[in-house]
Design a protein around this ligand. Structure first.
Ligand code: 5AD
Ligand code: SF4
Length: 474
């Protein structure tokens, strides 16, 4: 096994749960349970981390609230991927000064990717004096101990270890809902795409042991979860650090598929340099694996891809799409794209548009490049004006919207086995479901259908959603 992956011992996690018990004893003396609020920004990995923070908080005897004014403990689980995400956190953090003035015992915590950045921690230390606790991604497993320090001694605590990262099993999880569940299979990233902050704040790639992952999936299936998403920054390199012969992501997918139960398996994110035809074969063969691949291509021009340090070419990417569609013709394909990478010309950007036309993605996540301190791209000359980038971005969005609308319209008239995954908050329909490929369907029906697979006839579509009705038995 790779020596660099630190595994937090079960005794250490027991010690953390001991701090939970100590806090619980203090909380039990209060007339009503104190309240906690965990506010999550960013990606699914952060959602999954927040479920662990809530698991710990629940063990400490906290109940949960959505109200910042009421909360005794507020945790902001932050995202550093783009400047906009950081500004939102700073904005909300600033507003908590007033909340805390009215409730001076309130404990404000900041964790996640921003907290792991030194310049952010310094800024919070100096300018956000109402923040009590700051802990980086690598310190999440010791949240109970850190919170205990605050509760027993007050004062401020900053825990931002500069390390490659570890794996901690056995942290309690409090999941949102009973239908969909996240399962992290690995943490961190080794790719160092030149624009991306993730490798700096989430550490090196490290894989959970297959037996730990499979035990979690088995338990979720037994509890009736219907949609299980395997999470990792780059799931295609799963297992490389484990040194176990034959263990890779395709193998893991087959093992998860073999777990008994009626559930769908999704996964994200995949990197084109590591996605293999073997993986596509396994996807085609495994019944539970959803016909959906999120495969970010980021840019359609080879010079830009190289400057991004993506380590594949446009032709390689298009070849992957062809190989995948050969095996799974109705695969739903989604991707991420960055517009305005430093030095990208409008002509080079047009190669991105050509990829859109050639592949015809079902949906696209589009971003304007945002410089991240400490990454190589942030030091590259970036001569294009904001206005020109915005104009290119608009061209991209317009083209994709037209493609999405056409692809969505092609569903009309089809009947698909969909999973009813959430109650709708839109008064025009009761329920939301997902097609096997993950497209959103609005429909009306009995709320008791939540968590069930139903046959839906698609009757209408828009750029973002499908509309359907329960199919009548013939
Ligand atoms: N600027 C803009 N978009 C970025 N992404 C990652 N880093 C940046 C950045 N600095 C995008 C990539 C990635 C997605 C999660 O976020 O497209 O796939
Ligand atoms: Fe960032 Fe690239 Fe790693 Fe994705 S693969 S997290 S874009 S460095």
């Amino acid at each position: 096994m790779n020596q660099t992956t630190t595994r937090i011992s079960p005794e250490e996690i027991d010690r953390q749960r001991g701090f939970c018990a100590q806090i619980k004893a203090v909380n039990a003396a209060l007339p009503t349970p104190p309240l906690a609020l965990v506010d999550t920004y960013g990606c699914q990995q952060n959602e999954a981390d927040s479920e662990r923070l809530r698991g710990y908080l629940s063990e400490m005897g906290y109940a949960f609230t959505q109200s910042e004014a009421e909360a005794d403990v507020i945790v902001l689980n932050t995202c550093a991927i783009r400047e906009h995400a950081e500004q939102r956190v700073f904005g909300n953090l600033g507003a908590l000064v007033h909340t805390k003035r009215r409730k001076p015992d309130q404990i404000v915590c900041v964790c996640g990717c921003m907290a792991q950045e030194k310049h952010v921690a310094d800024k919070i230390r100096q300018s956000f004096r109402h923040v009590d606790l700051v802990f980086g991604t690598h310190a999440l497993w010791r949240f109970p101990e850190l919170l205990w320090r605050i509760l027993s001694r007050r004062g401020r605590v900053f825990d931002i270890p500069d390390e490659a990262g570890s794996i901690a099993e056995g942290i309690p999880v409090r999941r949102e809902g009973k239908v969909k569940a996240w399962v992290s299979i690995m943490y961190g990233c080794n790719n160092f795409c030149s624009y991306c902050i993730v490798p700096y704040v989430r550490g090196r790639e490290r894989s959970r042991r297959p037996e730990d992952i499979l035990a979690e999936v088995r338990q979720l299936a037994a509890e009736g979860y219907r949609d299980i998403t395997l999470l990792g920054q780059n799931v295609n390199s799963y297992g490389r650090d484990l040194g176990l012969p034959g263990v890779d992501f395709a193998w893991l997918l087959e093992q998860v598929d073999a777990v008994p139960g009626d559930f769908l398996i999704r996964f994200m994110t995949s990197h084109p340099k590591d996605a293999s035809e073997r993986l596509f074969d396994v996807m085609a063969r495994c019944e539970k694996v959803a016909p959906h691949l999120h495969l970010p291509f980021q840019a359609g021009n080879d010079r830009v891809l190289q400057a991004m340090n993506r380590r594949y070419t446009r032709e390689h990417y298009l070849g992957l799409v062809r190989a995948l569609r050969q095996r799974i013709p109705d695969i739903v394909l989604t991707s991420d794209v960055i517009v305005g990478f430093p030095g990208e010309t409008t002509e080079e950007f047009e190669d991105t548009l050509k990829v859109l036309e050639e592949v015809r993605f079902d949906a696209l996540f589009t971003f304007i490049y945002s410089p991240r301190e400490g990454t190589p791209a942030a030091r590259m000359p970036d001569p294009m004006s904001k206005e020109e980038k915005a104009a290119n971005f608009q061209r991209l969005v317009d083209l994709q919207n037209a493609i999405s609308a056409e692809k969505q319209a092609a569903y009309v008239g089809r009947t698909l086995r969909c999973l009813v995954d959430v109650l709708s908050d839109d008064p025009r329909h009761d329920l939301n479901a997902r097609t096997p490929g993950g497209r959103l369907v609005h429909f009306s029906g009995d709320k008791a259908l939540l968590g069930q697979f139903v046959d839906l006839k698609i009757t209408g579509s828009s750029t973002w959603a499908l509309f359907g009705e329960l199919a009548r038995e013939e």
